[in-house]
Design a protein around this ligand. Sequence first.
Ligand code: BMA
Length: 744
Amino acid sequence: MRKFNRVLVISFFIFFGCDTSEKLTRSDLNDHWEFTQDGKDTWRKATVPGVVHTDLMANNMIPHPWIGTNELKVLWVENENWIYRKSFTLQKAELDRDAIDLVFEGLDTYADVTLNGKLILSADNMFRRWRTNVKDLLKAGENELQVKFSSPLKVNLPRLDTLGYELPAPNETVERKVSPFTRKAPYHFGWDWGLRLVTSGIWRPVYLESYDVARIENVQLAQKSLSDRVAKLEAVISIDAASASVIDLLVMDIKVQAKVTKGINEVIVPLEIVNPKRWWSNGWGEQNMYEIPVTLTQEGIHLDEEVAKIGLRTVELIQEADSIGESFYFIINGQPLFARGANYIPQSHFLPSVKDEDYEKLIKDASDIGMNMLRVWGGGIYENDRFYELCDEHGILVWQDFMFACSMYPGDSAFIENVEREVIDNVKRLRNHPSIVLWNGNNEVDVAWNNWGWQKQFKFSAQDSTKIWNDYVYLFRDRIPTLLGQLDDRPYTTTSPLSNWGRPENYNYASMHYWGVWHGPDDFDGYRKNVGRFMSEYGFQSFPSMETIAYFADSSEWRLDSDVMKHHQKSYIGNGMIAEQSRKYFGEATSFEDFVLKSQQTQAKAMQIAIDAHRLKRGHCWGTLFWQLNDCWPGPSWSAVDVFGRKKVLYEELTSLYAPVALIPHWEADQLVISLVNDSLDKIEGTMELTLLDTSGEETNLSLPVSSDKNSLVEVHRITRSKNFQNGVVKLILDEKISVIRTF
Ligand code: BMA
């Protein structure tokens, strides 16, 4: 009966030439927000999406925490509650829809949302999306929306008190640590390359979604089988219906009629793509994507639509016992892949200030220098959609951590349930991206629990210790993988690394974070000696450029022992190791500026030794992801590019270090060995041009044809080092062009 009425109403509008559409509409609510500190009632202009620190800065109420030691002056912000509000008007006609939802794509973190004075939502997880049907609370005319953020410390310190033991979180910079309780980007509580600012705010867009009958809640494109002849897919379409009715779906050219009941309904539509073109990772072919339009109608009336995208490819993670230990490598479209890339952290401490252009530049540059994998590290965030779209477009494979790092976590049912909702939200949002090839439970929790001395340090009783570990096992080895298995079919690993860097035999097992250099006592030769099966972390710090240093430090502070310089160095190791290694490789610095440059050259040297060693052990090792691609504030760190996008010396050298086809010069005792590494899927035929210079100025030149099979490593030249050897250059010529130059 009701449906019949609606059709009549629509014909009426058509007749009078009014807007007949009953399509889902989205109205942004990002403008005209104000905020105040709780208890102060002084309302000031706010920006949404945003966070309280950037609003306080914009209103000149706090100094920029990236400059000098200002971080210390703004720490108070985390102890306060903050209120955001806005009003918006609606016309009576706008209320005349079957459903109106208020959607927050992200609330950071503890937020009570009221609409026209009624509490509609209590959010407690920065990583979740929140949708509430608000039709009955909205009114024609003015509506008041308010979001009250409670300090994560105020919320969680009582939880810490009642738990009865501490949960280790060594990167959190205060004594009483609440980060393990808080489903919020872990690095906001402090890290060894970042500052501590516990933000609050509406950090992703907010809008009203109004619709009639039903809306498309999610489209999953599940690849059931893939051959060169045909790809068989299932479009799993979730429909959120305002009430029971019959709807029509058009998926590509397939029409389906479905009876839906109020709430979420699932419709599965099998699809076939004949002679499919595959999606390939960077360097292996095109990033072909298919668009699958899904349209929801009822009796010819257009209700909602979505264009889902899929890239067709197969992914396997091979973790198999072998003669020395356990392998760890990816097979993409049937071919074993050597992964070249880096660990990625959020691009700013203030997440909403990262713009699409920043994502575009970062990912495009990564693919231009030959990377084919980034690891979205577990101490940050599940990134914005744009990040993954760009990885799809540029063939950058994504190793996606869940957001847990270097900490133990509570095991109460409310916490577990919150995490489950987070997993569902994010996996459903991201699973159509072909770039994502791995879900990984957490960063370094296994190795930390078993090797970092927490039991002693925290004096856990046997009972507490067992409880903490069992909670860990339950979450990462049971709950998350079980849930994930219902949502997606990509590989899952519990943690990274799966093997710890302490003992020589450990390099034969699975994934490895090698920190013998920096956190351990090894010199750069350690990179050569300690090559695991997949190097998912290793790194060396350097300073950002002088332009970046000048942004945060007055020239009077340009000394390693100045307050500002010490404040910006967040690693407990300090600057001593950079100074020591740069002296060793590049000599005593003549000035601060010279030191800064030498620090970058030293980092580049360290990474060159490591990356070459990993590539030269191709077959044993199948991946190299250095720590860390980028920064979240200006300071010394392991990054290759700083927070303002300024590239360090390392970055410039990555073009040759990560070239998919490269000649790698290296020494074996007094022998100079040149190896040709070919990560591509083509047979390579080229020329090697070698120049050696000795101390008397004598130059030896050699030109040799070189070749290699696809996906392989081959030694192409070996000579005994002359006594007077000074340096050399080796060039790889492909198609009559210089492809890679390496000096040594
Ligand atoms: C790694 C990372 C981070 C850390 C880095 C440098 O293990 O996972 O936790 O920032 O080391 O110490």
